[in-house]
Every structure is written in C-alpha cells, then in structure tokens.
Design a protein around this ligand. Structure first.
Ligand code: BDR
Ligand code: CA
Length: 304
C-alpha cells in the first residue's frame, strides 16, 4: 500500500476523488489536509469531514491555509461550479467529527520525516499547504516520494480564462514555489482531465444501487454536470479532474507523460498559466494523454 497525504479543497470532484482513494486497496490515506479553493478553508474542512461521515471512514483531517502563499486573503470561491456549500447544495447537517488541531503543513512535515522516501502527496486544490510545508522545512524535499498535482493546462486552454486552470490561478506563487522546489512533481492538468468525462446516465446507475452514499454522490454530481452543461454546452458530462489525480497515483499507466521545464506565470495578463518548454525552469512530468475509457471504468468500479 502506498501511504498518501491527500490535500483537498473539497468541492464535488474532490469528494468523488476522496471516495475513490478510500476504496482503493493500493492506497493508505494517512490524512486529508484542507486548503481554501473551491470554498473557504473552513468549508473545505467541514465538507471533507462530511464526506468521510457519508462514506463511513474515520481518517484524520488537518485544516490548512486560509489565504494564499504571498498575496494574502482570498475571498472569491467557485460556488457557481460546486454549489453554495461546495457539495452541490446536498449538505443538510454539519458533520459531528472535528478536524485535528495540528496545522496541515505541520502534519505534512511530520509525516514525511517519520516515513522518509515513502509518502506520496496527492494535491487537488491550490498548492499553498505544500508550499508552506516546503518553506518551513526544506529538508523534507528529498524525503517526499512523489507529488501528484491536479492542476495546470499546458497544451490546452484554461478553465478560468483562456490561460489559467483554477487550482494554479488560485495561488500561482505557491505553484511556482512547489514546482521549483526540487520535489518530484507530476501534473495531471486539463490536458488530460477534460478527456475524462462522467456522463449523466451513470448517476441513475448509482441511484439504482439504493445505497445512501450513491444518492449523495449522484445528487452532488448532477449539480456539477449542470454547471458543465451550461459552461460547455453539449459536453455530455463533467470532467473527473481530481479523481484522475488519484487514478494516476494508483496506476501511472493510465496516462502518458512528458517531462518538460514548466513555468507558472505569476504576473501580468496571463497570470496562472502553466507554460511548457521554458529553458531554466524545473523539470515536471506533464500528463499529455490518458486512456480515458480504462480510467473511467476503474473509477466507476470503486467510487460508490
Ligand atoms: C480543479 O478546480 C476545482 O474546481 C476542482 O476541484 C479541481 O481541483 C479543476 O480545475
Ligand atoms: Ca479540487
């Protein structure tokens, strides 16, 4: 089993990715760390605890950054994409469980030091927690086995604007800091995630199982597909961004990667853009192709 720290900004696809990871015998999730992003960090923590309660798992949750690495407070969220509560307006009660008291970057530092060269970090929100961990304890850099990031759009347009993907533009300095740190980073960006679409028809199959969790995930995913249909008319489903990062952590043969020198644009009109082949910039493994059908089948066999 691969020990994992899973950094989330729990919106809808994060929730699906959480469930997929927890139902995957190849992974041992040591803890979830939360960041602002789709929602505020307090809401991301609440949502992460709520999803764990729904799926009946007790995994510790550590709250992390409530503001960006260098720019300060962030106050605009992706509620049009993920709903007012971040979970497609499906949340009826607050979870009973509480987050741990340790700050997420400190948890990352402690775990990596306890298990040198073993831990894979999956990060599917802004990269602020990881940037803070590396800044506080740069000695962890060679001790992290691998970092799988959902973020970026190197060969395709962005999803926030023509240039930028949401996780990267939410904290471009954190992304540039993490990419330049020497960590072994693979980015699972829109280049591949926009090719992994979950069609609406699957939600009825989930509901037909009669399971409570299946209804919970179907209802929130219906909201997400509604957003995708309004933003990309005729797309026929929602992109499985964060679940694909989990898929790659389980089995990297789902994707074809190319190592490129990647720069994150931190200033000007194209802020948040991830640019490939920039001389002098760090080497990052960029996912360029995905076996979308095989991944989808794998995800569907485990998520519910
Ligand atoms: C990413 O942005 C968020 O809205 C999703 O959860 C995903 O991590 C996709 O650009
Ligand atoms: Ca996310």
């Amino acid at each position: 089993m691969k020990p994992i720290i899973f950094d989330v900004d729990t919106g809808i696809d994060d929730a699906l990715a959480m469930s997929y990871s927890l139902n995957s015998p190849e992974l041992e999730v040591l803890g979830f760390t939360t960041c602002f992003g789709n929602v505020s960090v307090a809401e991301a923590t609440r949502n992460t605890l709520a999803v764990l309660e729904k799926v009946g798992k007790r995994i510790p949750v550590y709250q992390g950054a409530d503001q960006t690495f260098m720019r300060g407070e962030k106050d605009h969220w992706a509620k049009h994409v993920h709903g007012e509560d971040g979970l497609g307006n499906t949340l009826n009660n607050d979870p009973i469980a509480q987050a741990e008291s340790q700050f997420a970057p400190e948890f990352i530092i402690e775990q990596v030091k306890n298990r040198p060269h073993e831990i894979t970090i999956i990060a599917v929100g802004p990269l602020t927690n990881l940037a803070l961990a590396v800044k506080r304890a740069p000695e962890i850099i060679p001790l992290v086995k691998e970092v799988v990031v959902m973020g970026g759009a190197v060969t395709v347009p962005g999803n926030v604007n023509a240039f930028a993907e949401a996780n990267i533009i939410s904290d471009p300095e954190a992304a540039e800091y993490v990419f330049s740190s020497g960590l072994q980073v693979t980015i699972v960006g829109l280049d591949v995630t926009m090719k992994t679409l979950l069609p609406l028809s699957k939600l009825d199959e989930w509901r037909a199982t009669g399971k409570d969790t299946a209804h919970f995930f179907a209802d929130m995913t219906e909201f997400y597909i509604g957003y995708y249909e309004s933003f990309y008319p005729g797309i026929g489903g929602c992109a499985l961004h964060d679940p694909l990062a989990v898929g790659v952590a389980i089995d990297s043969s789902f994707v074809v990667t190319e190592t490129m020198n990647v720069k994150v644009v931190t200033e000007g009109e194209e802020v948040g853009r991830t640019v490939g082949y920039v001389e002098g910039k760090p080497k990052i493994r960029v996912c360029k192709e995905v076996e979308a059908d095989r991944f989808l089948e794998h995800f569907l066999s485990r998520v519910i």
